[in-house]
Write a protein that binds this ligand. Structure first.
Ligand SMILES: [Zn+2]
Length: 245
């Protein structure tokens, strides 16, 4: 049995069953890393929809503060790519953030007011018009070198931190990457390539996993449904990590 750590975003948190105009139905089964469990391995997962890389880092840091002796054979990080990660000031919270806080948002037994609020929040660079209050900040910051250095450094630091507790650390990110697809030579992306390549799960994971998904594998909000997660496991994840199992 291998001990496996997963860090992720909405693409890892759940399988999605959303239909057009339907409610988001997130299923906590059939996710790409649940197949490790079928093979007899143990999985610890830190994944949350909408999180920034900074939030991932805080969750990972908190986890190892509370579990300083935790050891993993393999860690797979479904990280954030630059264009979906713009951190903004959030709601001031308690000074100490615990591992459990990371999950509190989904504890429906807690009232809304008790849901944990991050001091660092996230807005999507492609939805700038939805956040007029941040517009001056956006114009100068989004896709600037400062944004790029901060973003990729945090991804890199998170891998370095996890490396102290895991024999093998592998990283990839799903990405919308529209501006970068138009101009893959942009230095903001090149920084990320140079910084993260030693952790790539494979060369073809950059800037996003090169895998074709059929329509019946993707939900209406463009997340993988159960079919998609199975496809992603079989065709992308498993062939790239089976050597570590
Ligand atoms: Zn969905």
């Amino acid at each position: 049995m291998k001990r496996i750590l997963i860090v992720g975003t909405s693409h890892s948190e759940a399988t999605c069953q959303r239909t057009e105009n339907g409610p988001i139905d997130r299923m906590n089964s059939g996710r790409w890393y649940d197949y490790f469990k079928d093979l007899g391995h143990s999985v610890t997962c830190l994944a949350r929809a909408g999180c920034t890389v900074e939030q991932q880092f805080m969750a990972v840091h908190s986890y190892f503060q509370e579990n300083p002796n935790a050891k993993f054979d393999l860690a797979i990080i479904e990280g954030r790519s630059l264009e979906t990660n713009v951190s903004i000031p959030g709601t001031p919270g308690p000074s100490k953030i615990t591992y459990a806080d990371f999950w509190r948002r989904y504890d429906t037994s807690l009232g809304k007011d008790e849901n944990y609020r991050w001091e660092i929040d996230n807005v999507d660079s492609q939805k700038i018009e939805q956040y007029p209050e941040y517009k001056p900040y956006y114009v100068d910051y989004v896709f600037s070198l400062l944004h790029s250095v901060q973003h990729w450094s945090t991804n890199y630091a998170m891998c370095k931190l996890i490396e102290e507790h895991a024999d093998v650390v592998k990283w990839f990110a799903f990405s919308t990457a529209t501006i970068f697809n138009k101009n893959p030579e942009l230095k903001e992306l090149a920084i990320g390539y140079d910084m993260m390549k030693s952790y790539f799960i494979s060369e073809d994971c950059w800037p996003y996993p090169r895998l074709r998904f059929d329509n019946d594998m993707i939900c209406a909000c463009h997340h993988m449904n159960e079919n998609g997660h199975s496809h992603f496991w079989n065709e992308f994840i498993y062939p790239r990590v089976k050597q570590y199992l």
